[in-house]
Design a binder for this molecule. Structure first.
Ligand SMILES: Nc1ncnc2c1ncn2[C@@H]1O[C@H](COP(=O)(O)OP(=O)(O)OP(=O)(O)O)[C@@H](O)[C@H]1O
Ligand SMILES: [Mg+2]
Length: 448
């Protein structure tokens, strides 16, 4: 492991430089450095480079011990502040040891050392703009998001809010985009959106505003939610998720207002992704004789969707539904791109199996063979199959699987699926008799 003195010196130096130049903003600080300094929605100057702050920012357990042996460092016992007795010595020491990756993660120092770096072979290609581009903006920090939510929703509403919206930072998203297998159309749409966000000023200039509202349609478990989240992770944006089914009669009076507030929050967090799951809910409430307050909330939602824009507000809107057939034209026309999430074909299934198992040990692993056996299964089903195989092997104290374990797990999954689709009242069904589901010839013929 690299020595802990370098990150601590970098931290103290960054804080000193940041305090000296008022033109720096929180977005210039490496994201991990901001953690200790949030006060509500603000980071107030001057920042104090204390031992505690250094520990939180750098993950070095004993920051003062890490740098106390260096000639140019000092420590105030009383305030716990770290400092340099000779800043130019500290700067030179840092420049002799830093790496391009470290600098690229630190906009403050790339700007501060700009002229020096330009003369150093190894660093000449590093620019402040690149570092800023890579650094997560302060608005995507958990502390900022929590403070903002608190400001918008007072305590009484907090519970309802938690049911209705969920905000994640890009790091809080588990599955990155490169671990999701996409169809070509999906790849194409994602490329377009990434470009649109990159060039939004140009799009505004030429007056192209009808962009940035996507609808993901497809059966359950085909990756709609995962792709929307992974996009936030890839773009480094906060992810605001609205669960429409939570618009229930439970909190009638406030719901329409909270829908409005959710959009305001999204605009305040922008650039961000606003994800509206279960979009078919909209259609259901419009056609049925729902409570007037729910209808009001849904109308507010549709109006808010009309008023939000990627180009003006930097909010990318993604809706998702399992039931595109239930959407009326009023709902459809609000989206400018429809992205299809079909059940995966045989090649995609093989790729998904490959990705999901990349950290597992499997003897004779043949993803193509398994893909042939799993027609009709979704990505989510395949994950379940693998989980079952892993757990099954664990009951035999094994952590190395075999292809056979996986084939077996597929069979069991299909039996489970048979039970799910079973008509429980039917007389002549073996599976309803204990032991019936054990027979191999009973394996269920999937969809095709
Ligand atoms: N194409 C895929 N590649 C990799 N993993 C996938 C794929 N499709 C689904 N999965 C996995 O299956 C699980 C469920 O997917 P997800 O929740 O995104 O589906 P969904 O389409 O949103 O379903 P629902 O309509 O029920 O909300 C996730 O763990 C996801 O990673
Ligand atoms: Mg989903």
């Amino acid at each position: 492991m690299s020595s802990p003195d370098l990150p601590v010196v970098e931290f103290v130096l960054t804080i000193e430089v940041y305090n000296d130049r008022t033109a720096f903003e929180p977005d210039d600080l490496p994201a991990s450095y901001r953690g200790p300094y949030w006060e509500g929605r603000h980071i107030e100057r001057p920042l104090s480079p204390t031992v505690d702050a250094a520990r939180q920012a750098t993950d070095v357990e004993r920051p003062w011990e890490a740098i106390s042996g260096l000639m140019f460092t000092d420590h105030d016992d009383f305030s716990g502040t770290l400092s340099f007795t000779d800043q130019s010595m500290a700067e030179q020491w840092y420049l002799d040891r830093t790496t391009p990756e470290m600098l690229l993660a630190n906009p403050v120092l790339t700007l501060y050392f700009e002229e020096k770096l330009a003369e150093m072979d190894e660093f000449e290609a590093i620019s402040y703009e690149d570092a800023r581009e890579r650094n997560r903006p302060a608005r995507a920090d958990r502390a900022f998001i929590d403070a903002l939510l608190e400001e918008y929703f007072d305590e009484d509403e907090a519970d309802e809010m938690l049911d209705l919206v969920d905000v994640r930072t890009p790091e809080e998203i588990g599955q990155p985009l490169d671990e999701i297998v996409l169809t070509q159309q999906q790849e194409g749409e994602i490329q377009k959106i990434v470009k649109a966000i990159e060039h939004r000023e140009y799009l505004a200039q030429i007056g192209l505003r009808e962009i940035g509202k996507l609808l993901f349609v497809g059966p359950p478990g085909t990756g709609k939610t995962s792709v929307a989240r992974a996009l936030a992770n890839k773009l480094g944006l906060p992810f605001v998720e609205v669960k429409l089914s939570m618009i229930t009669s439970q909190y009638l009076g406030e719901t329409a207002k909270n829908v409005e507030k959710t959009f305001e929050v999204a605009k305040r967090l922008a650039p961000c992704i606003l994800f509206i799951d279960e979009f078919d809910f909209v259609a259901k409430t419009r056609s049925s004789d729902e409570h007037a307050a729910i209808k009001r909330a849904v109308n507010t939602l549709l109006k808010s969707i009309d008023e939000v824009s990627l180009i003006e507000d930097e909010v990318l809107l993604i809706g998702a539904t399992n039931h595109p057939d239930q959407l009326d034209s009023a709902a459809w026309r609000r989206f400018d791109e429809i992205v299809n999430f079909p059940k995966p074909d045989v090649q995609m299934r093989a790729d998904i199996l490959e990705i999901v198992t990349h950290r597992m040990e499997i003897e004779d692993f043949d993803p193509h063979g398994l893909a042939e056996l799993t027609e009709g299964l979704t990505g989510s089903d395949l994950r379940l199959v693998l989980r079952e195989a892993v757990l099954e092997a664990l009951t035999e104290e094994r952590t190395t699987l075999t292809q056979d374990d996986l084939v077996q797990a597929v069979k069991e999954f299909e039996e489970r699926d048979t039970l799910k689709n079973l008509d429980m009242m039917s007389d002549d069904n073996d599976a309803l008799v204990a032991g019936g589901a054990e027979h191999d010839e009973h394996s269920h013929d999937h969809d095709h």
